[in-house]
Design a protein around this ligand. Structure first.
Ligand SMILES: Nc1ncnc2c1ncn2[C@@H]1O[C@H](COP(=O)(O)OP(=O)(O)OP(=O)(O)O)[C@@H](O)[C@H]1O
Ligand SMILES: [Mg+2]
Length: 297
C-alpha cells in the first residue's frame, strides 16, 4: 500500500458557518495501482487531494504512507514520496522564470547541489520527450501540451512513488490528451509509479484507471474496479454521472438533508429514511462498495 487515508475531514469557514467540504473520506492507493476520484465540480476532489499531499491542513483523520502514520515529525517522507500535478499548473508558474528554473525549484528548495540539479533537469526533460531548448523559454512560449509535459517533469524530478493528477489533462485537446496519457502509462512502467487521478471526465477514468472512487458533495458514495463501475453503476448518482446528465439534474423533492444522504433531494428512489440518516458504505462484493440504502442486506 502506497497511500492510505482514514476519515479525512476538512471544512472551510464561510462567514460564521463551517462548510464541510471533505467528509470522513477513506481512500487508498496500492503500489502500481492507477486510481481515480470522479465527481462533479465542487465535490471536494481538489480539497481532498490537497489534504492527502499535505498542501492543506485537514481537520481530522489519519494518513499513512507505506503504512507509516504521517505526523509532524515525518511529513518529509510523504512530501518526497507523493507529488502533485496541479489543476492550474500554468497559473502557478512565475511568468518571469524560465522552464529550467521552474523545474529545478523543488530540488533547489531541498538544497540539492547545483551540478546534480542541472543534470537531473536534463534527465527529466528527456524522460517526458521535450526538446532541451524549451528549458530556456518562459511559460508563455510553450503550448498547452508542452506545459503539461513540464508539469509532469517537475513532478518526477524528486523521484516520487505516487503522482496525483488534478484534472491534469482536461484543458488539452483530445489528441494531445491521448499523447500525454500514453506518456504517463509509459512512465508508470519505467519508474514503477502509482497514480491517483482526479477528474470529472469518466472517459479518462475509464481509459487509464484500475479502480474508481465516486465523490459527491464531500463524500465517497461508490468505489469499484473501473470495469465493474461502468458495467454496473449502483448509486443513483453514479448512474446519472455515467449518462453524463448530472449537470442538469432536477431537484425532485424539497429540502437538503443535513443528516441524511447528500443525494436525497435529487434521488427518485429516496425514502423518508434517506433524508434522515446517512447510509454507510455497503459492501456489495469484495471490491464494490456503495453508500445507499437500496443495497442494504
Ligand atoms: N479556501 C476555500 N475557502 C472556502 N471554500 C472553499 C475553499 N476551497 C474550496 N472551497 C469550496 O469547497 C468546495 C469544494 O471545492 P473543490 O475545489 O475541492 O472541488 P472540486 O471537486 O475540486 O471541483 P472542480 O471539479 O471544479 O475542480 C467548493 O464548494 C469550494 O467553493
Ligand atoms: Mg478541483
Amino acid at each position: 500500500m502506497i497511500l492510505r487515508a482514514q476519515s479525512i475531514k476538512k471544512s472551510f469557514s464561510v462567514g460564521r458557518r463551517k462548510l464541510p467540504v471533505v467528509k470522513d473520506v477513506d481512500i487508498y492507493v496500492k503500489k502500481g495501482e492507477n486510481v481515480s476520484i470522479v465527481g462533479e465540480s465542487g465535490a471536494g476532489k481538489t480539497t481532498l487531494v490537497h489534504c492527502l499531499s499535505l498542501l492543506e491542513e485537514y481537520d481530522g483523520g489519519k494518513i499513512y504512507f507505506k503504512e507509516k502514520p504521517i505526523d509532524r515529525k515525518n511529513i518529509h517522507v510523504l512530501r518526497s514520496g507523493v507529488q502533485m500535478v496541479f489543476q492550474n499548473f500554468s497559473a502557478s508558474l512565475d511568468p518571469r522564470m524560465n522552464i529550467k528554473e521552474a523545474m529545478a525549484e523543488p530540488l533547489r528548495i531541498k538544497r540539492f547541489p547545483l551540478s546534480y540539479i542541472e543534470e537531473r533537469v536534463k534527465e527529466v526533460v528527456d524522460i517526458v520527450h521535450l526538446p532541451r531548448h524549451v528549458l530556456m523559454r518562459k511559460k508563455s512560449g510553450l503550448s498547452g501540451g508542452e506545459l503539461q509535459r513540464v508539469a509532469i517533469a517537475r513532478a518526477l524530478i524528486s523521484s516520487p512513488e505516487l503522482v496525483i493528477f488534478d484534472e491534469a489533462t482536461s484543458a488539452l485537446d483530445t489528441s494531445t490528451q491521448a499523447i500525454i496519457l500514453n506518456l504517463l502509462i509509459d512512465l508508470k512502467m519505467k519508474f514503477s509509479l502509482s497514480y491517483l487521478f482526479v477528474t470529472h471526465d469518466l472517459t479518462l477514468a475509464n481509459f487509464i484507471t484500475d479502480r474508481i472512487y465516486v465523490m459527491y458533495r464531500g463524500r465517497i458514495i461508490e468505489e469499484a474496479p473501473t470495469e465493474e463501475l461502468f458495467r454496473y453503476p449502483l448509486h443513483p448518482y453514479t448512474m446519472l454521472l455515467k449518462k453524463g446528465i448530472f449537470g442538469c439534474m432536477m431537484q425532485v423533492r424539497e429540502g437538503n438533508s443535513e443528516d441524511g444522504c447528500e443525494f436525497y433531494p435529487f434521488c427518485r428512489w429516496a425514502t423518508k429514511e434517506c433524508g434522515e440518516h446517512l447510509p454507510s458504505l455497503q459492501k456489495v462484493n469484495d471490491k464494490h462498495f456503495v453508500r445507499c440504502f437500496l443495497y442494504r442486506r
